[in-house]
Design a protein around this ligand. Structure first.
Ligand SMILES: [Ca+2]
Ligand SMILES: [Ca+2]
Length: 706
């Protein structure tokens, strides 16, 4: 036998010995769920499987995601900050390296790295890190899971869709239709495919599996038996739910008892259509319940395969509870509910919001549409999201604690010896790659396919599993101009590109209610400087502006209906550097925002406070507010005029009621969109978003100067 052959034998032998000792790794991630939404973090929703994993392992209390679906997935998969992987925002290409909407060639996925160390890699669920969901040819799939290191894939390429008929459903590299449309439910399909991958796995090698549920992202879709379990559970409303969760979280030790509860977004007593609101949360709970049932089948497959003890199971969430009122505002639509012809068997479905079900029933949206079944498509709303994020502030999109805090459960009988213990060490998604590389004894590459790859940003959590702390290090965030940096107990955070920095001591105030930015100005400056340096290094800055200028409306006049909602890159009026007049007609009097465009940096809003008309104008962060001296009474027409010189006028009917001067017209088209009847995300005026109008707006007209 030649020397070469002997070396091969030794290598093979070493390889198989190594394989036996290295653990399998399963990363399970859920979608759009808040910090308090699973049982072992304080929820009333039944998650017995996750609770058992927590009881048999560790719960991290200060683990973080990025605040949004796709950046989180980019960061988790690559071990980099999302902008370094090319996905700082959504899946559209903004023409700047940090914002291409597609994984770039400077990153590798965990599957690619672990594949080089002899792992088999499987994925079941939502991918959402490429802009190509409907490729023209095979090249368009270059960032699909199979091309990014996974040996088997079942799931969706796109970021959202129907649970009964998801768009971009794919097996390996082929777009498919649901196998059994009559009984299909995506959460079950994700669970069952993941379990099957384990069952089919050849245990000579270790495996890495990524299970990315879309529960409980909108639409609120669940199976009747699961919904029935929660009937009546939320009758007392979100105020009581927040209090109950807070009490449980404090009792179990997830939270420090000194951290207060963030403000309530709306009192339950003020809620419109309470029966509908209750069902929205019942369905949301059912979606989580169903996911946990599926995770129990994955755990069952591990046990059957004799792999349970040698598998690290991590569970986490991709962003905080979601405040987006997607499909749940405005008049019920479509008006015509006549059944249409059914889709053909096996026909591919490409829409995020299908117009009809496979059997031809129109899919309904609007305020009051009872969620659950396949012919509906609505969200659960900001108030329940506020409860999901108990006790923290803000939501998905934002980088305050409510947007970026996630449970992290770590269960691994062979490697984690403590049971039911908390870990308070701060950690971030970027640490998952480092942990996987560590456990797989893999080598993280310096280059991939001849292109240099960014170094890993994270630290292995393996020492933390064993009870050690990591050295203090900065953790960073940016999404949609929302910014944050955390070092030790201190966190500097801001809303919007030009929003002011806030400083919090998370040890005493993780609810971020006591802003210390003035009291600790020196500390704030140091953190700001760290953030600025990172932002340039990590492709966050300069901010991308491309695309936006092209996507604003060219119209000089816009007539908007009561429920109009123009996303910021979808037809908003081009108010940059121009005068304009906005007129709102009130159908039914009330309080709140008549129409708002923009947020905390740039924008304007026409609203009603204590019966009086108000016009808020925000230029480069500076707010000018005009308040009418008298209540509107029977007056139904309110206008505001912005002059070329920054002169602002508020009118009731034709009568001028207030006047002021801003430094000029708006310096840019706001990052936030325009909404009639509310102001979502960042608030333009001196109120808390969305400050929905409690009456009815009949319509809004906007006229732009030349
Ligand atoms: Ca999400
Ligand atoms: Ca806004």
């Amino acid at each position: 036998m030649s020397f070469l052959r002997i070396s091969w034998l030794v290598l093979l032998l070493a390889g198989s010995l190594q394989a036996a000792s290295r653990p399998n790794i399963i990363v399970i991630m859920s979608d759009d769920m808040g910090y308090s939404d699973i049982g072992c973090y304080g929820s009333e929703v039944a998650t017995p499987t996750l609770d058992r994993l927590a009881a048999g392992g560790l719960r991290f209390t200060q683990f973080y995601n990025t605040g949004r679906c796709c950046p989180t997935r980019a960061s988790l998969m690559t071990g980099l900050y999302p902008h370094q992987a090319g996905i700082g925002h959504m899946m559209n290409d903004r023409g700047h390296p940090g914002y291409r909407g597609d994984l770039n060639n400077r990153c590798v996925t965990i599957a690619q790295v672990l594949g080089t160390a002899g792992y088999r890699c499987y994925m079941s669920g939502k991918w959402h890190i490429t802009k190509t969901t409907r490729p023209k040819n095979e090249d368009g799939k270059h960032n699909w899971p199979r091309q990014r290191g996974f040996d088997r894939f079942y799931g969706t390429i796109h970021g959202a869709g129907s649970f009964f008929d998801p768009n971009s459903l794919t097996r390996d590299n082929t777009l498919i239709a649901p196998e059994d449309p009559d009984s299909y439910y995506y959460t079950d399909a994700i669970s069952d495919n993941a379990a099957q991958f384990i069952t089919d796995h050849d245990s000579d090698k270790p495996f890495f599996m990524y299970v990315a549920y879309t529960a409980a992202h909108w639409p609120m879709h669940a199976k009747p038996a699961d919904i029935a379990k929660y009937k009546g559970r939320y009758d007392k409303g979100w105020d009581v739910l927040r209090d109950e969760r807070l009490a449980r979280m404090r009792k179990m030790g997830v939270l420090d008892r000194s951290w207060p509860l963030s403000p309530n977004v709306q009192d339950w007593s003020d809620a419109r259509n309470k029966p509908w609101q209750r069902v929205r949360m019942e369905v949301y709970a059912a979606m989580i319940d169903s996911m946990d049932q599926g995770i129990s089948r994955i755990v069952g497959a591990l046990k059957t395969a004799g792999q349970f003890d040698n598998t690290l199971v991590l569970f986490l969430q991709d962003n905080g509870g979601c405040q987006e009122e997607f499909g749940s505002n405005g008049a019920v639509r479509p008006k015509n509910l006549a059944r249409q012809s059914a889709m053909k068997p096996g026909e591919l479905q490409y829409s995020m919001v299908p117009k009809i079900t496979r059997d031809g029933r129109p899919v309904r949206q609007g305020f009051g549409v009872t969620p659950g079944p396949s012919d509906t498509y609505v969200a659960y709303g900001i108030q329940w999201a506020n409860a999901s994020n108990t006790p923290f502030r803000e939501y998905k999109h934002f980088v305050h604690e409510g947007g970026i805090s996630t449970p992290l459960i770590a269960h691994w009988p062979n490697g984690i010896k403590e049971h039911g213990t908390f870990r308070h060490e701060p950690g971030h998604l970027v640490d998952i790659m480092a942990t996987c590389v560590d456990l797989a004894e893999a080598k993280y590459p310096a280059e991939w396919k001849k292109s240099p790859v960014h170094s890993m940003e994270g630290k292995s959590l393996v020492p933390v599993f064993g009870g050690k702390d990591l050295p203090d290090r900065p953790l960073y965030w940016e999404h949609e101009g929302n910014r944050a940096v955390r070092v030790g107990d201190w966190k500097l955070v801001a809303k919007g590109r030009n929003g002011p920095w806030e400083l919090y001591n998370l040890k005493t105030d993780r609810s971020e209610l006591k802003n210390l930015v003035e009291a600790e100005a020196e500390r704030a400056k140091k953190l700001e400087s760290l953030w600025n340096t990172w932002a340039i290094r990590a492709n966050v800055l300069p901010w991308p502006n491309s695309g936006q200028a092209r996507k604003v409306s060219r119209k000089r006049m816009l007539n908007l209906k009561a429920d109009a909602r123009l996303p910021r890159d979808g037809g908003v009026p081009n108010v940059k550097g121009r005068g304009f007049t906005v007129t709102a007609t009130i159908g039914q009097p009330g309080q709140g925002v008549l129409v708002g465009h923009g947020g905390t940096a740039h924008g304007w809003a026409l609203w009603v406070k204590d019966g009086k008309p108000v016009f808020s104008f925000r230029r480069n962060g500076k707010l000018t507010e005009l308040v009418g001296p008298d209540a509107l009474g029977k007056s139904r027409v309110v206008s505001a005029r912005v002059g070329e010189d920054g002169g602002l006028v508020l009118l009731v009917g034709d009568r001028e009621v207030a006047r002021a001067k801003a430094a000029g017209t708006l310096a840019q088209v706001p990052q936030d969109g325009l909404e009639v009847g509310q102001d979502i995300n960042g608030a333009v005026g001196g109120y808390q978003a969305p400050n929905r109008f409690s009456g009815q707006v009949s319509g809004v007209t906007i006229r732009l100067a030349k």
